[in-house]
Design a protein around this ligand. Structure first.
Ligand SMILES: NC(=O)c1ccc[n+]([C@@H]2O[C@H](COP(=O)([O-])OP(=O)(O)OC[C@H]3O[C@@H](n4cnc5c(N)ncnc54)[C@H](OP(=O)(O)O)[C@@H]3O)[C@@H](O)[C@H]2O)c1
Length: 246
């Protein structure tokens, strides 16, 4: 793992990042954010446009964080920038062409999530000016983890979208890992971010991964509660995010 130079400023910044990472899960799980209905609260802006915007801004943030060293970047730095950019391009494309949203998005949540993702992308791009010294087994694992993550995430997004061929209602999802957990798309999203952490190796990126794990695990647990409330026929052994365990 690559640690920062510990100065007063960096200690304060990393303490904030650690607190944010550790509190993401409890805030989402115990907060009111997910409310009574399914996760995404109703807002005023068209969902596709809002989501595409939300995932586009981090691409700009990544570019801004790296533009000064990009002309002299080495293959490791290029790889880190490419996987993060690819992830967000994929999410923009899914928002535009795959997801079938049931309602408009809220302006405030859209701006908040765009800021969080942009901060994450900026931090990864910034840290990448000091990359790992060479490609090792962890780097190869990072690439595999990234590829498995985006493929699995996309596959389960497609299964969700296919539920809505005839109506924008909610259904019990089937196929893939939906047979074991209600949020396989979240599990594969975590695997994608594990890939980023393995490729970057910076402490800050591991803390971002911790944030993503806390956030998505809490969201998956709340989603499972929602399914149990809405669909009493949901099999009793269905878990939230980790097959057979959680
Ligand atoms: N890195 C992170 O921290 C993070 C955090 C959140 C999300 N994400 C990414 O964003 C992706 C989407 O997240 P999300 O929270 O919006 O996922 P989600 O709530 O599962 O929704 C994804 C899409 O599927 C629809 N859907 C969900 N459950 C359905 C059901 N039972 N029947 C029919 N349609 C259903 C949703 O409909 P509605 O339009 O009705 O909502 C939405 O259009 C995640 O998989 C992940 O890749 C990442």
């Amino acid at each position: 793992m690559i640690f920062p130079n510990w100065t007063t400023n960096s200690i304060v910044l990393y303490a904030i990042l650690l607190i944010a990472a550790l509190s993401a899960g409890p805030v989402i799980y115990f907060g009111q954010a997910l409310g009574e209905n399914k996760l995404r609260s109703r807002g005023q802006i068209p969902a596709r446009a809002g989501m595409a915007f939300l995932y586009s801004v981090p691409i700009l943030a990544l570019y801004l964080s790296a533009r000064d060293y990009v002309p002299n970047a080495n293959p490791i730095q290029w790889t880190v920038l490419a996987v993060v950019a690819l992830h967000f391009v994929k999410r923009v494309s899914e928002s535009l062409f795959v997801h079938r949203y049931s309602k408009p998005s809220g302006l405030l949540p859209t701006l908040l999530v765009a800021s969080l993702y942009s901060t994450a992308a900026y931090v990864i791009g910034w840290m990448n000016r000091d990359p790992i010294p060479g490609m090792d087994i962890g780097f190869a694992f990072g690439i595999v983890s990234f590829l498995v993550g985006i493929a699995g995430n996309f596959y389960h997004h497609k299964l969700l979208a296919d539920l809505r061929k005839n109506s924008l209602d909610y259904f019990i999802p089937k196929g893939g890992w939906f047979g074991y957990i209600v949020c396989p798309h979240y599990l594969f999203e975590i695997i994608t971010w594990l890939g980023f952490a393995m490729l970057s190796r910076h402490l800050a990126v591991w803390l971002i991964l911790l944030f993503v794990i806390g956030y998505l695990t809490a969201r998956a647990l709340r989603t499972l509660e929602w399914y149990r409330r809405e669909f009493p026929t949901l099999p009793k052994d269905r878990k939230a995010i980790l097959p057979f365990i959680l």
